[in-house]
Design a protein around this ligand. Structure first.
Ligand SMILES: [Zn+2]
Length: 182
């Protein structure tokens, strides 16, 4: 892969300073993860459920909807807006977690964050990497988390919580996601 510059575009605010308005967008975050232009389409619950890809998946998976899906040829991925909102809250609005002490972190938000990294990693690997390989994509998502979380201003201890959560989520996945990352 081409080395990626994850330099932050805005300075991290000092602890005592008033929080600045968020300058990072979900697309900018996706682009940081992917290392190339990436766009996320956030669909409301109804629109997500009615999305042909989502509906098609659910039809063959006992009605279960995917957590997101990727469209790497178009440089984008799709997630439910509720998951997008969770990522926005955790990594853009309050990356330092000042309103979310570690003891109050929400597991579903960690899932949303990992799914976001996973889907952006599909975009990252297209067309030259193993972009359609779910295991490789999970492993790439895990590998870039420390660098990206630090770049957007997530403190080390909090980043570690996201990373441990993501590793646990991956560890519990079935094939084709499953398997240790080298
Ligand atoms: Zn995937």
């Amino acid at each position: 892969m081409i080395p990626v510059d994850f330099t932050v575009t805005a300075p991290v605010a000092p602890v005592m300073a008033a929080a600045p308005a968020p300058t990072l967008t979900l697309d900018a975050l996706a682009t940081r993860i992917a290392g190339k232009p990436a766009h996320v389409v956030c669909k409301t619950a109804d629109r997500y459920r009615q999305d042909p890809v989502v509906a098609g998946f659910a039809a063959t998976h006992n009605g279960n909807m995917p957590l997101g899906y990727e469209d790497p040829p178009n440089g984008l991925f799709v997630m439910p807006s509720g998951e997008c909102d969770a990522v926005t809250t955790e990594l853009i609005a309050d990356p330092r977690g000042t309103s979310f002490p570690a003891s109050a972190e929400i597991g579903s938000d960690a899932v949303a964050v990992f799914v976001f990294f996973h889907e952006a990693s599909h975009v990252a690997e297209y067309p030259d990497g193993p972009w359609a390989d779910e295991h490789a994509t999970d492993c790439r998502a895990l590998s870039v988390m420390p660098r990206v979380l630090a770049a957007v201003g997530v403190p080390a201890a909090r980043a570690s919580w996201f990373e441990r959560s993501a590793a646990a989520i991956h560890a519990a996945t079935p094939p084709p996601y499953a398997g240790a990352c080298s």
